[in-house]
Design a protein around this ligand. Structure first.
Ligand SMILES: C[S@@+](CC[C@H](N)C(=O)[O-])C[C@H]1O[C@@H](n2cnc3c(N)ncnc32)[C@H](O)[C@@H]1O
Length: 410
């Protein structure tokens, strides 16, 4: 055996192990997607210097391009989310699928799933990404089975569609009307949608004048470029040493951010909720709950050297602003038993009120949502007629509304 055949054998072994791991975790569900995953050589689509162990990890995206600030703008997405999204799309042999965001690998998986009678169109806004994807698809024998197009996928892809599935593999803030127009009547639109800074890959199907979710998976993606780009508003709060804590708003940024000037110099307060969680238990839906219901919700980041950065293990990057003050989601060791208790720490003259607002939401999540079924989502294009029950959060988008419905217990 030469080095190359050893590597191929090792790659196949790692791929097989990863397939088992993804099945056990519930991401790989169908024989069709599993067969595709076991067939396509993922390592042939990542940069050549990527160690096989990284390529075949469940949750590692491999960055293929960064912008001038060093921020990732293209990647081969993490394996878990690629297979999860293909499962969400409910594809069958012979179907036609539009992939938005090209890397080659995901398109090759799709080509395996829809088979020789199916159709895969892959669109990317960046010619470097489409050149790269085309070359890799050719090199791996999928060139004839995937049509790669350079375009901003905010617009309809002329000459193709309607599609049985559209899989968006780049973080979207809104749903382009073109995606609904190009979707077959009973098709699936799978999209990593950012809702007040928190993302879920949501599979939507049409119901009358709107879309409703059929499933949702926690995810993170590089952001959309072009016409559909959404720019968050950031407020950088300096501490006494000129280091910054940053508050980032996806929506609903305060009208008077100057009220927060000097806020980090104030004494910090804290309020605890009595809501505890054991180590190792996921609470991803708590972030979505806060993004749904906490007034002034934003994301929090701290420069190295700030008081907050020194205590990184005691907080999560979610905060709420209240006028001249802000509070952020915190934990401390639980007073009884293993695990941690949730609460909030806060800066500013009204920090106590800001912390209480978070604690009230922690208690509401614990009482009504934590043990219940996961929330469901709907998208209401402008002009449609949304159903707004109790327990439904509404987020305004450019082309419509997203609703997040929490089945309320208690
Ligand atoms: C995560 S990568 C795609 C990964 C790929 N599907 C794979 O096989 O792993 C996201 C891609 O979306 C592209 N993108 C960003 N905005 C876009 C837009 N408006 N239209 C089409 N592609 C876009 C980026 O250039 C980037 O290459």
């Amino acid at each position: 055996m030469n080095d190359e055949t050893i590597d191929q054998a090792r790659a196949a072994e790692l791929r097989g192990k990863l397939a088992e791991e993804l099945t056990a975790a519930g991401y790989l569900k169908s024989a069709l997607v599993e067969a595709a995953f076991r067939t396509v050589p993922r390592h042939a689509f990542v940069p050549a210097d990527t160690p096989l162990e990284v390529t075949y990890q469940a949750d590692s995206a491999v960055v293929t391009k960064r912008d001038e600030r060093g921020i990732a703008v293209s990647s081969v997405s993490a394996a878990y989310i690629q297979v999860a999204m293909i499962e969400q799309a409910e594809l069958k042999p012979g179907m036609s699928v539009l992939e938005i965001g090209s890397g080659g690998y995901n398109a090759a998986l799709l080509a395996e799933v829809v088979g020789p009678d199916g159709q895969v169109i892959s669109v990317d806004i960046d010619p470097e990404a489409t050149d790269r994807a085309t070359a890799l698809l050719d090199a791996t024998g999928y060139g004839e089975r995937v049509t790669v197009i350079t375009a901003d996928a905010e617009h309809e892809v002329s000459g193709f569609g309607p599609f049985d599935a559209i899989i968006v593999t780049v973080g979207a803030w809104d749903l382009s009307p073109a995606w609904r127009h190009q979707l077959a009547a009973d098709g699936r639109l799978v999209v990593p949608l950012r809702m007040n800074g928190v993302s879920r890959s949501i599979a939507f199907r049409r119901v009358n004048d709107h879309l409703v979710s059929t499933s949702a998976v926690v995810c993170g993606f590089v952001p959309m470029q072009g016409v559909g780009e959404h720019i968050d508003r950031e407020f950088r709060l300096p501490d006494a040493h000129g280091r910054h804590v940053t508050l980032r708003f996806d929506a609903g940024a305060p009208d008077s951010p100057a009220l927060l000037d000097g806020v980090l110099a104030s004494e910090r307060s804290e309020v605890w909720s009595g809501v505890t969680i054991e180590h190792g238990v996921s609470f991803a839906d708590l972030h979505l709950w806060l993004a749904s219901f906490l007034p002034g919700f934003c994301k929090l980041a701290a420069d190295e050297g700030t008081e907050l950065a020194l205590e990184r293990r005691t907080w999560f990057p979610f905060a709420g602003v209240r006028g001249d003050s802000f509070a952020y989601l915190s934990v401390r060791p639980a007073l009884e038993g293993a695990g941690v208790e949730f609460g909030a720490r806060a800066y500013g003259p009204h920090g106590q009120e800001a912390a209480i607002a978070i604690v009230e939401q922690l208690q509401a999540w614990d009482r009504h949502a934590r043990r219940g079924p996961a929330p469901t989502f709907a998208y209401w294009p402008t002009g449609s007629h949304p159903d707004l029950d109790e327990g439904t959060a509404v987020q305004e988008k450019k082309h419509g509304l997203v609703t997040i419905s929490w089945p309320m217990a208690g």
